[in-house]
Write a protein that binds this ligand. Structure first.
Ligand code: HXC
Length: 258
């Protein structure tokens, strides 16, 4: 069904693998459409409780497809950017954890895709960068906005203006990734994180994700109000009763996503 990605579900985890290794998994319109379509499946499918997003071969994603962009006029470029933003925003809106398993180059739109995920784990072989200024453009899938929110304005300007490529260790140091693993441990590390999250109350996890994403840019008073309402939703769940009862009965909670 998909031509440029692989999508499979196993053990409650949805695996999206971007699969254009000959083009370093560059994001063309079709790849973006297919990631979006997989996200639609993920959103609907109760069997999927977490997502791991990775790339086939030596790249995670080496950016938007330069060959395709080269053919586009400004209107076409704008449409591609809108499509990219829709994908990134959709990943942020789905109330399930998305983990980027950054196996190799995460450049331009690839770094932006990783940043739209909730948690980033980098292989020791990963390389990060926003090299758009080499091409006469700037980040266009959210990089000018998400990068400063993750690493601070100064470091974001440094990375975007110099187009410097950084390694996994530096990415960890500046807060662009949350963990680094050896190449062979990359997916197992992501699976362990996914399984840990999946053992918690799903409603609380989903609401926590949306509250962090939706509250981040609000002023503190509005953000506090958002948290109170979000908290109240989780407080009304059966999982809250189960979680607290299990604690008091000194047993493991059995959450039912209700
Ligand atoms: C299209 C790409 C590509 C890309 C690599 N390829 N990146 N094709 N778009 N973003 C293709 C190459 O043309 C080449 O095709 C093949 O993949 C292998 O790449 P090589 O360059 O030969 O490999 P290597 O020497 O190992 O270098 C890897 C690399 C380099 C460092 C990742 O390919 C690179 O710098 N890529 C471009 C990175 C970049 O500028 N990204 C930002 C794009 S702009 P052939 O046919 O020759 O084998 C962007 C903007 C987002 O992302 C928002 C705008 C809408």
């Amino acid at each position: 069904m998909y031509e440029t990605i692989k999508y499979e579900v196993s053990g409650g985890i949805g695996y999206i693998t971007i699969n254009r290794p000959k083009a370093m998994n560059a994001l063309n319109g079709q790849v973006l459409d297919e990631i979006y379509a997989a996200c639609t499946e993920i959103e609907k499918d109760d069997a999927v409780k977490a997502v791991i997003l990775t790339g086939e071969g030596k790249a995670f994603v080496a950016g938007a497809d330069i060959a395709q962009m080269n053919q586009l006029d400004a209107v076409g470029g704008r449409a591609l950017m809108i499509k990219g933003h829709k994908v990134m925003n959709y990943i942020e809106a789905i109330e399930k954890p998305f983990i980027a398993a950054v196996n190799g180059f995460a450049l331009g739109g690839g770094c932006e895709l990783a940043m739209a995920c909730d948690i980033r784990v980098a292989s020791e072989k990963a390389k990060f960068g926003q090299p758009e200024v080499n091409l006469g453009i700037l980040p266009g899938f959210g990089g000018t906005q998400r990068l400063p929110r993750l690493v601070g304005k100064g470091m974001a300007k440094y990375l975007i203006m110099t187009a410097d490529m950084i390694n996994a260790e530096e990415a960890l140091r500046i807060g662009l990734v949350e963990k680094v693993a050896s190449p062979e441990d990359l997916i197992p590390t992501c699976e362990k994180i996914a399984q840990t999250i999946m053992s918690k109350a799903p409603i609380a996890i989903g609401i926590a994700k949306s509250t962090i994403n939706n509250g981040y840019d609000l002023d503190m008073r509005a953000a506090s109000t958002l948290e109170i309402e979000a908290f109240t939703s989780a407080f009304a769940s059966e999982d809250k009763t189960e979680g607290m009862t299990a604690f008091l009965e000194k047993r493991e909670a059995e959450f039912k996503n209700k």
